[in-house]
Design a binder for this molecule. Structure first.
Ligand SMILES: [Ca+2]
Ligand SMILES: [Cu+2]
Length: 405
């Protein structure tokens, strides 16, 4: 789909960090402790023990298994319920978010232009907006993306347009607009990546985006039922790159006691989870393949009930999400795709989306300053790819000449 719901999102006042608008801002700050059974903790290191077989560069093997998807934590939002059992097959996953350096390779090889670098087609965009929406200023239709522009005073947290600005010239090479660059940021996660861009990158790399279930299973790192990717201990500045201070007007991340980053951090700046994956909590959001619905899990439970699944059989196997999306934050958009993991803007008093069960979504052509990706790969895809790499060079003898005896 080549339409630009990006602007639609802006005009309709609905961007990715909007979930808190649906939430009372005064949420309990401390996650509940002690809900993970100790017996599960030992499973966590399996992914680090790299198998003897060859591994795709920069990826770790996530052993398949079962887990409880969703959360009943006080910080959890309604779309994280009901908790249900899910099984996923094993897969390879990028250890880090895709970096600027990695994305630059893709651009160099393909000449691909990201959505944020293309002008907006008003005739197409119109279809995504409420009927009668007037054509915006030409300036709004120039290539651009949404940049975090904090106010200098406390604001009502229900209006996220107060900290997101449509910025002409903002894209992956200019994360904060035309005056900014990614020089010296090779190992930062690439951002302003729309779903379509993410899929294009994955296809080029011979990989794919994770399903929401794969992502959450991997993020938990073997700690079934835990509130956070590191366990049940509450978040602190040494764990991940999130927001410190008062959102969105005062970020104290760079002050003593902060995590050190007011925007993105170089990947691997914080400890990995039990599977050896970095930044599964915070830094930048990561696209998943699933179409979003707030009632995904309830419908999944209902389907299992209707199929007569009971007891240990009441488990969803490799679920792939809704077949038709519905996103109350973007009601006019025919499609909304999940992203996971939270970002440098998430705060424990605000949206707490650094938790492995937290869900967010956006229309597929939306790019944001805190939205990137990480890829997965099946063993079959890796077998195929590594076989190709190991294949001997083509026969140097032209087919028209008889083979020497
Ligand atoms: Ca992340
Ligand atoms: Cu957040």
């Amino acid at each position: 789909m080549m339409t630009r719901k990006l602007i639609a999102a802006t005009l309709a006042l609905a961007a990715s960090h909007a979930a808190p608008a649906l939430q009372p801002p005064e949420q309990p700050a401390a996650p509940a402790a002690g809900s993970a059974p100790a017996c599960c903790a030992a499973m966590g290191r399996a992914g680090i023990v790299a198998s003897a077989k060859s591994a795709p560069p920069g990826m770790v093997w996530i052993p398949g298994g079962e887990f409880s998807m969703g959360s009943t934590d006080p910080l959890a939002r309604p779309d994280e319920a009901p908790v249900h059992r899910v099984r996923v097959d094993g897969f390879w996953m990028d250890q880090t978010e895709v970096t600027n350096a990695q994305f630059a390779e893709f651009i160099k090889a393909t000449g691909y232009k990201t959505i944020a670098e293309r002008a907006v087609d008003w005739e197409e965009l119109k279809k995504q907006l409420p009927a009668g929406t007037p054509k915006p200023d030409e300036k709004m239709l120039l290539p651009g993306s949404l940049v975090f522009t904090p106010p200098n005073h406390p604001v009502d947290l229900r209006g996220h347009e107060q900290w997101w600005s449509w910025t002409t010239g903002a894209n992956w090479q200019h994360p904060e607009g035309p005056g900014s660059s990614i020089e010296g940021k090779d190992n930062h996660p690439v951002v302003h990546i729309a779903y379509e861009d993410a899929v294009a990158y994955c296809t080029w790399a011979g990989k794919s985006l994770p399903t929401e279930a794969q992502w959450e299973f991997a993020a938990r790192g073997g700690l079934d039922h835990a509130v956070n990717v590191w366990g049940n201990e509450p978040v602190d500045a040494k764990r991940c790159n999130i927001w410190q201070g008062h959102f969105p007007d005062k970020n104290t991340a760079a002050e003593p006691g902060g995590d050190g980053f007011t925007r993105s951090a170089p990947v691997k700046s914080f400890p990995p989870n039990g599977y050896g994956l970095y930044d599964m909590a915070g830094n930048v959001w990561e696209w998943c393949t699933d179409l979003y619905r707030p009632d995904t899990y309830a419908r999944r439970m209902l389907e299992m009930d209707q199929a007569g699944k009971k007891g240990p059989d009441r488990i969803a196997v490799n679920p792939t999400g809704a077949t038709k999306s519905y996103d109350p934050r973007n009601p006019n958009s025919p499609e909304s795709r999940v992203h996971r993991g939270g970002s440098f803007l998430c705060n424990d008093s605000y949206c707490a989306s650094y938790r492995p069960s937290a869900r967010m979504a956006a229309p597929p052509d939306t790019g944001l300053q805190h939205l990137g990706l990480r890829c997965v790969m099946t063993q079959e895809a890796w077998d195929k790819q590594s076989r190709k790499e190991r294949a001997p060079a083509a026969d140097p003898i032209p087919p028209t000449q008889p083979a020497p005896r």
